[in-house]
Design a protein around this ligand. Structure first.
Ligand SMILES: Nc1nc2c(c(=O)[nH]1)N[C@H]1C(S)=C(S)[C@@H](COP(=O)(O)O)O[C@H]1N2
Ligand SMILES: [Mo]
Length: 527
């Protein structure tokens, strides 16, 4: 017989089938066609600013997973609620379930990254989900043919929800219902797992297929001298491996962009619009530069900072071709995924190496770092400059346009502040008694690091030994040695001073709207 619980369960299972089948099939079509990703991705920009910060604070790098899981859980709950309706109103439940299933279809249709064929997996998933729903309801509502000795056989539609608690808990129809539900549920879970595996495979394959052959740089970056990196175990390498390079963006899956279809348009307050294809870009003389990139949300001492050798073409020269109007003061860069960043036009026109980059450490950009092209602008936090998967440079004014994060309470302009962190010893690490080595990294893009001071416990500041500076836009590593440190618990504090004499402030403040400040300090034990 049909009970509210079974009806709800049928709704949940149908939803599971919809998403798992669609997710699995989506792997053949590419990430934009995966309904759960598309739904989660659509929710992100709608999230109120007041909610984003606590969620990120709480979950850090797991925020993407959290979003997917809550979206999925929300869908299952909705499926259950609609399913429950089928207890009395099967037709209405079916109609509502179809309507709810069409929501991800619509969402996929309106997303810029997807094309019409991308709705196919969800449509197939929806059809399968509805089929399973009707089967389960039918199984749950089927006539209990094998029951003997029952005076009435009224059930299903006719019993109108009367509870029949007097019946044995293992009537065949009930058993059949739970067996079917279990089998389908297990199949759904397996499909989700399979979908995820295939997902990662597809991304790798996508990157491989999209193999871009980079030209030799017209100007190569000077080699990194060994003296730029103190030989201290546990200290970050001077150049960050792309796989260890921090990743920050609002994309659940990196957009898949075909370089042959990629182009970037410079428009807005310009005399002549410029459109650049990948072939155009790769035909230009490309330069290599070592540049340290930093995220405004990096906590004091955090790892949302990385140093790479970028290959690209100066944005300055591209802007010159477009001839911006005199009164333009900002370039709003747009990504294929809808993200935007507002960069002061001077930062893209002056002699710094602001790049339209295609290469990172000698290879094409990895998908998660902006393949096939992104901006890299020395001296500005990533959220106002480093647009990945960039497709447009819109020349405009700060009083006319605002960027993605500016609309969510962050500053419109955000130069990187002088900062430093301790990497050795590790926080709460144990160090053998005697002479101890402290080491870390400091950065002050556009100015350069002049000095790093370290303090042990409540002692005075001691100047650290600075490794060789590579240029003013890369971080600078340092070490300091302390002799005869007694056993027990100790603290270390660090601060950096830039070439203009700006001292890293001890004042603690939160990251919003333009980066956290304060000195990094750690505790460690000498044993
Ligand atoms: N399209 C797009 N580009 C983006 C972002 C984004 O969310 N979407 N985040 C920006 C931010 S906040 C930072 S700090 C840098 C990080 O670049 P990375 O992920 O390569 O380290 O990318 C910037 N570019
Ligand atoms: Mo960022």
């Amino acid at each position: 017989m049909r009970t509210p619980l079974r009806a709800a369960l049928a709704g949940v299972v149908a939803t599971l089938v919809l998403f798992s089948a669609a997710d699995l099939i989506a792997r053949a079509f590419g990430p934009p066609s995966a309904p759960l990703l598309a739904l989660g991705q659509t929710i992100i920009p709608l999230a109120p600013a007041g909610l984003i910060k606590p969620v990120i604070d709480l979950l850090g790098h797991n925020d993407k997973l959290f979003l997917i899981l809550t979206t999925g859980l929300g869908a299952l709950v909705l499926g259950g609620l609609i399913g429950r309706l089928a207890f009395r109103r099967l037709r209405m439940a079916t109609v509502l379930l179809s309507a709810a299933g069409l929501v991800p279809v619509l969402v996929i249709l309106i997303r810029a990254e997807s094309s019409v064929v991308d709705i196919i997996p969800t449509l197939i998933g929806l059809a399968l989900g509805l089929l399973v729903f009707r089967l389960l309801i039918a199984a749950g509502a089927g006539q209990p043919t094998l029951r003997s000795g029952q005076p009435t056989l009224r059930s299903g539609e006719a019993d109108g929800g009367r509870t029949e608690s007097g019946q044995s808990p293992a009537t065949p129809s009930r058993r059949r219902f739970f067996v079917i539900t279990g089998v389908i549920g297990a199949a759904g879970a397996a499909a989700v797992a399979a979908g995820q595996t295939v997902a990662s495979l597809t991304l790798d394959a996508g990157a491989a297929v999209a193999k871009l052959v980079l030209p030799k740089p017209a100007t190569t970056a000077p080699p990194i001298p060994a003296s730029a990196h103190p030989e201290v175990k546990g200290l970050a390498p001077f150049v960050t491996d792309p796989k260890d390079f921090y990743r920050i963006d609002t994309a659940l899956a990196p957009p898949v962009v075909d370089p042959q279809e990629w182009s970037m348009r410079i428009h807005g307050m310009v005399e002549s619009e410029v459109t650049l294809t990948m072939d155009d870009l790769l035909d230009l003389p490309l330069d290599e530069h070592h540049i340290t990139l930093t995220c405004v949300s990096n906590p004091v001492g955090g790892d949302l900072v990385g140093n790479a050798t970028w290959l690209g073409f100066p944005v300055r020269e591209l802007l010159q071709r477009a001839k911006p109007h005199e009164d333009a003061d900002m370039v709003l860069s747009h990504s294929i995924d809808g993200f935007t960043a507002s960069t002061p036009i001077e930062a893209l026109s002056d002699d710094r190496n602001a790049l339209l980059a295609v290469g990172m450490n000698g290879s094409p950009l990895p998908p998660e770092h902006g393949f096939p092209a992104r901006l890299v602008v020395p001296g500005l936090y990533g959220f106002v400059s480093a647009t990945k998967w960039v497709t447009e440079l819109e020349v405009t004014r700060f009083d006319e346009k605002t960027a993605y994060w500016t609309d969510r309470g962050w500053d419109a302009k955000a130069p990187i502040l002088v900062a430093s962190r301790i990497e050795v010893p590790k926080p709460l690490g144990k160090v053998p008694a005697g002479d101890i080595t402290v080491a870390g990294t400091a950065w002050a893009q556009r100015s350069g690091v002049k000095r790093v001071d370290v303090k042990l416990d409540d002692g005075g500041w001691t100047s650290a030994d600075l490794a060789e500076a590579v240029n003013i836009d890369t971080w600078r590593q340092w070490r300091a040695d302390f002799s005869n440190v007694g056993t027990g618990s100790h603290t270390l504090t660090v601060r950096a001073i830039d070439q203009d004499g700006n001292v890293q402030t001890p004042e603690r403040r939160e990251a919003i709207p333009n980066s956290a400040t304060g000195h990094h300090h750690i505790q460690f034990r000498v044993e």
